[in-house]
Design a binder for this molecule. Sequence first.
Ligand code: HEC
Ligand code: HEC
Length: 443
Amino acid sequence: MEFLPRRNALALVGTAVLAAGAGLLASGCQQDGPFSETDLAMLRTFALSPLGPDGSNSSADVALAAKLGKQLYFDTRISGPLGPYDVRGTNGSLGNAGDTGKVGCISCHDPANGGSDHRSQPAATSLGAGYTPRNSPTVINAAYAPLWQFWDGRVDSLWSQALAPPEGANECNGSRLAVAHLIATDYAAAYVAIFGPLPDISGFPASGKPGDPAFDGLTSDDQKAINRIFANFGKAIAAYERRLVSPAFSPSPFDEFLAGKSDSLSPAAMAGAKIFIGRGGCAECHRGPLFSDLSFHNIGAPQEGEHAAITDVGRYDGIAAVQANPFNRGSEFSDERTNDHLTGLTAGDDDIGRFKTPTLRNVSKTAPYMHDGAYPGLWDVVNHYNFGGETGLYSGDTDPAINPLLLSNEDLDNLIEFLGSLADGDPLPTADFPEGLTANPQP
Ligand code: HEC
Ligand code: HEC
């Protein structure tokens, strides 16, 4: 026994361990062998939990709101003109420069396909009206985050996140006035049923956002009326996104395993799981039901790519941004005003280069990887960790948990196999969405 590598120590704690493990392989190699009780207890901490409530959005769990949100999510008319990069037929362009009404949430987050962008792979970031300086993360399970959205956590709710893309120059390049008019003309009945009376905005300018004379010229009451409709747009979308969670899809092999189907993980995935919770140290940050601590770390992901920002300080700037956000949870647009999470939150040097730990559920479907999409595949990711994160230039200092791992190529393959077992299956039919949770409702 003393000749066994140290890494197998956990598997040898007591004789009950092997019998109790869910493992099936009686192979001589301990590493591919059954899980120990300790391993299993650890793996169970990744089991999906019920989605918590969101008091800041009183429509969060209203079925009508989820239905309206789904329509808005797929509606590309929320967008203004495409920019100069857009040339139809190149790198997933949604049209030609100047075309309007081409970009919606669906363009960069297809829930039928892992929830991220599958069009603009070569440039690693996403092409909307322009190239986003960061890579699009999955929307599936984004609802589980109790506060922070975006890689830098610059918004503190799912609904206020949805207010950024319509006006982002690289995303939809549209405006809140245009969104409000779209709701008033095409979605008024559903809106009123959910949120109450819709003010008459027919005389308002067709488009405009803060900073534009058309919006800034409105009285403050009129601006507030538009902001209210805009916030409710976000709340409807968030209600839909709250449906886009792993339990709405047939279970991943990993979830099946936790549910007791012990043969759903391949031997390689099991070996990978042990590395993930053991020698790889991955669960230090990728823990809990989402495989994320929902916190921010600097892992030294290289700042690279034609359209990525030249430097990106991540959370350092995200903190000031969330404090200043007029739609944060402390704002008048929040249905339950809370400030505790913002009080005393200030950016320190440690925040430089920190990014939110992404969920690893569905990760095999969401290439490219990291906040800037620097890595085309999962092999590049695990290799990054194996080298202790030193694979290129980045801002700030890496987290002390990031160290060279000395894993073999086989270990890395096994880790990738395990990550693959975290992918959900097909969406399950639901009573509220007979056409399917991910099917396009737009004509
Ligand atoms: C042009 C592509 C594009 C479009 C269009 C787009 N997004 Fe995104 N989305 C991104 C990128 C890129 C990020 C990451 C940006 C960042 O963190 O700075 C992101 C981040 C997110 C996140 C945060 C996920 C997380 O875990 O932090 C959510 C949720 C989301 N988008 C939903 C939406 C919704 C809802 C819409 C429509 C209103 C939308 N997106 C439109 C590219 C896009
Ligand atoms: C110190 C915390 C920490 C540890 C330890 C850690 N990660 Fe990460 N992981 C992160 C953060 C933060 C990011 C995003 C970093 C960025 O984009 O700059 C990330 C990104 C990833 C991604 C890319 C996901 C995507 O959607 O782009 C994968 C895959 C991943 N990690 C897997 C692993 C594996 C496997 C291990 C163990 C070998 C590991 N991580 C260890 C924090 C950590």
